[in-house]
Write a protein that binds this ligand. Structure first.
Ligand code: MN
Length: 243
């Protein structure tokens, strides 16, 4: 089982959660929202080899954390994964769109000069601009668009660009999300929960709920759940071997 995008450090009971994840053998990409959270988040999972910590700067808070770009730059060499980074074009963040773009481009350049990384990317209401940035910096590595919510044209553009996609219960519960997911090549999909931000039935999701996403994909693809799990594990192994 794989949760390719979740915020372990934001769970109140993260110690118990990590123990459960470890017991069940779930692979987790533990993304962070600010660079100053990276080392601490890495430390809480240091005994779990399947939990990988990613260095992030979430677009919703990036404008308040410009001074942490220095920390980001300092940590890139030791971070094997990057995320959550990206752009958020929501109207409520309108005053910050410009600085978000500056920060995102700067981060992609830092990651490119470090040789590229696997990156988990946020693109809500900003798919085209995100894809512009990614095409400008192909050396930044391998891109995973998390909870992609663009249109079909933008999805096709992302597929053509070689992007991967992590999909979860929240996305696959909506008609549009389901429709997009059927258009994504099966060998470029991974599962995610985006817990504790994303919810199902008003309850925050955690990596322990990743079976929900597997069931949804099993229904969508019309194949048994164990087969879905095997395909996703195969995808993950492909992904980590990508240049
Ligand atoms: Mn997230």
């Amino acid at each position: 089982m794989i949760d390719m995008h979740c915020h372990i450090d934001l769970f109140k009971d993260y110690e118990d959660l990590i123990q459960e994840i470890d017991k069940l053998g779930i692979y987790v990409l533990s993304v962070t929202t600010v660079p100053s959270a990276f080392l601490g988040t890495q430390k809480i999972a240091k005994n779990c080899p399947r939990i990988k910590t990613a260095l992030g700067m979430h677009p919703e808070v990036a404008h308040e954390r410009v001074d942490e770009l220095e920390i980001f730059n300092h940590l890139v060499p030791q971070a094997k994964y990057i995320g959550e980074i990206g752009l958020d074009g929501s109207p409520g963040l309108k005053n910050h769109h410009k600085v978000q773009g500056v920060i995102f481009r700067e981060i992609l350049a830092m990651v490119a000069s470090a040789g590229g990384r696997i990156i988990s990317i946020h693109s809500r209401k900003a798919a085209d601009t995100v894809l512009d940035c990614l095409s400008e910096t192909p050396d930044a590595g391998v891109f995973i668009l998390h909870w992609f919510s663009g249109n079909k044209r933008q999805l096709q553009r992302a597929i053509d660009l070689g992007c991967w996609f992590s999909v979860g219960p929240a996305m696959l519960n909506s008609k549009k999300g389901k429709e997009l997911a059927t258009l994504i090549p099966k060998n470029r999909i991974l599962t995610e929960t985006d817990g504790p931000f994303a919810k199902a039935k008003n309850k925050p999701l955690s990596p322990l709920d990743i079976g929900i996403a597997q069931n949804q994909l099993a229904n969508l693809w019309g194949i048994p759940k164990p087969e879905v799990n095997a395909m996703l594990l195969q995808n993950l192994s492909q992904l980590v071997q990508s240049p």
